[in-house]
Ligand binder design. Structure first.
Ligand code: HEM
Ligand SMILES: [Cu+2]
Length: 491
């Protein structure tokens, strides 16, 4: 018996490391976000080069760290259904840290600043803003990060296939087609993990190809390749990988709400169909990043536009509806964990609205290079995906130790909500004023929203600091006290 317990403890140790690292990196990256806003608002003075380094580290670090933490959430729950390799989870952790260090050195010591999209041929042609070393550190760093995630997803795919027969069955296609009864459907966690495995293996493969081509081009500039192909591969990678964060983190919504309410989150037919639709859409709609490239085949752009409306919607609707139903008359006790999880549903729903507006070609022509875009994705990344991750952190702490939350945690909950709404709102206002995104300097008439955003940003940073401190306090506690089996305290 005790070996079962220690096995579980060592699995949880890994998950805890993922969330600690993820939480701290997200916190640090937020500080760079505030610095950027203060620079754009004219309060602080940085050279434009420094601004673009901050932009690069912020975008890369946020997407990387949020994906990393979300992978921890997914792994924690998925390993209750299938047998995952601890070794691969450890390898991904080490590769992530190596990648992080390489990217940090590339950006800050060698001034690499292509933004996280590293759009070809920018890594090689920087007008001497950075050199070969910086570009190689960054590109290899990203490649290493990708390899880690690829291994993790392949292991998940392997485990799902072993248990359920195929990835199609992991998505519940045999239930959709009526071959299997609804009651035997795979759990919501397995369905979501299967989806993420499919889309992220595709994304990382595309990313690896374009990273390697960029690396060769940086080393030997006479090797060139088609920029349009490069852009397609880059956004197939970037769009899908960034999107997958919320599909990993949403597992926390399913599992935690079902635990708190003592009701199962059933993967019924509509649920399975929604996830299959989002799997397909997520794979093809990166083409909304190509709406400004008229040389793209028209049908692809039209498809990108139409399906972008539909992209996240099936899963979002089915999840939001499910979240309302499971809580309805359940007598749920609200605490930090369930509160953040509920907040995340709000952030996701609200964040998708401006995204849908932007996915319209007519609007996109006007808005796509404005701060409207960070406006919508900060809402569903910070208030949606990240709130799921932080909710999970509170949940895990409560499950796994005797730690209590206090008033400061509650204040931080409110602070985080207001902070992120403020940041996103100020971005949206900037966008409506036609402020371009990714510009180090702003005209005076663009500055006020940036400064409002910076104040809101400070609030968000302080609030997240409280969340992280709570988690670290829990770490201390759990290391001192004997490990307790979970499942005790929530009911
Ligand atoms: C305190 C919280 C945050 C602040 C103050 C902040 C601030 C900023 C700013 C000023 C920009 C550049 C906007 C421009 O184009 O002019 C930016 C971009 C970005 N942020 Fe944040 N951010 C915060 C949180 C987050 C979070 C939680 C995530 C994701 C998990 C995130 C992901 C990104 C990404 C992907 C970009 C795009 C980078 C690029 O254009 O290359 N941010 N953020
Ligand atoms: Cu996209």
């Amino acid at each position: 018996m005790s070996s079962v317990v220690s096995e579980e403890k060592s699995r949880n140790n890994l998950v805890v490391s993922y969330l600690t690292i993820g939480g701290i990196v997200i916190l640090a990256m937020m500080v760079f976000g505030v610095l950027m806003l203060l620079a754009q608002g004219g309060v602080l003075e940085f050279t434009p080069a420094a601004f673009y380094q901050f932009l690069t580290i912020h975008g890369t670090g946020m997407v990387g760290a949020a994906a990393f933490a979300a992978a921890g959430v997914m792994w924690y729950f998925l390993s209750k259904y299938v047998e995952l390799s601890k070794k691969i989870m450890k390898i991904n952790l080490v590769l992530f840290l190596v990648a992080l260090v390489m990217v940090i050195i590339g950006v800050f010591s060698f001034e690499y600043a292509s933004a996280w999209t590293f759009l070809y041929p920018l890594p090689a042609i920087s007008a001497n803003a950075w050199g070969v070393t910086g570009a190689l550190l960054y590109l290899f760093g990203m490649l290493i990060l990708g390899v880690g995630f690829l291994l993790l997803h392949l292991d998940m795919g392997r485990a799902i296939i072993k248990k359920y027969g195929s990835l199609a069955k992991g998505l519940g296609w045999d239930v959709i087609s009526g071959k299997k009864a609804e009651k035997d459907a795979p759990s919501s966690t397995v369905v979501a993990s299967t989806m993420v495995t499919i889309v992220n293996v595709t994304a990382i493969t595309a990313g690896a190809i374009v990273l390697i081509m960029n690396i060769i081009n940086v080393i030997n500039p006479s090797f060139t390749f088609d920029p349009l192909l490069a852009k397609n591969l880059t956004f197939a990678f970037g769009h899908i990988f960034a999107n997958s964060i919320i599909y990993m983190a949403v597992i926390a919504v399913y599992e935690i709400l079902s635990k708190y309410t003592n009701r199962p989150w059933k993967a019924n037919k509509p649920f399975l169909i929604a996830w299959t639709m989002s799997t397909a859409f997520t794979l093809v709609i990166y083409t909304h990043h190509m709406l400004m490239d008229p040389v793209m085949p028209k049908w692809m752009l039209i498809m990108g536009q139409i399906l972008s409306y539909a992209n996240g919607l099936p899963v979002l609707v089915i999840t939001a509806y499910g979240a309302l139903m499971i809580v309805y008359k359940s007598g749920i006790k609200w605490d930090m964990g369930s509160g953040l999880i509920y907040l995340s549903m709000f952030g996701w729903v609200v964040g998708v609205v401006p995204a849908i507006v932007d996915a319209t070609i007519v609007v996109n022509h006007v808005m796509h290079n404005t701060k409207w875009v960070p406006g919508h994705f900060h809402m569903y990344m910070a208030l949606g995906a990240c709130a799921m991750i932080f909710g999970f952190m509170y949940y895990l702490a409560k499950q796994d130790s005797s730690i209590k939350t206090n008033k400061i945690d509650k204040l931080a909950f409110i602070g985080y909500t207001i902070g992120i709404l403020g940041i996103s709102g100020s971005f949206l206002v900037s966008g409506a004023l036609s402020t371009p995104r990714r510009w180090a300097t702003h005209f005076p008439e663009w500055m006020a929203p940036a400064n409002v955003g910076a104040v809101a940003g400070v609030l968000a940073v302080l609030s997240l600091l409280v969340f992280v401190i709570h988690f670290v306090r829990y770490l201390n506690k759990r290391n001192k006290v004997d490990y307790k089996q979970d499942d005790k305290k929530l009911a």
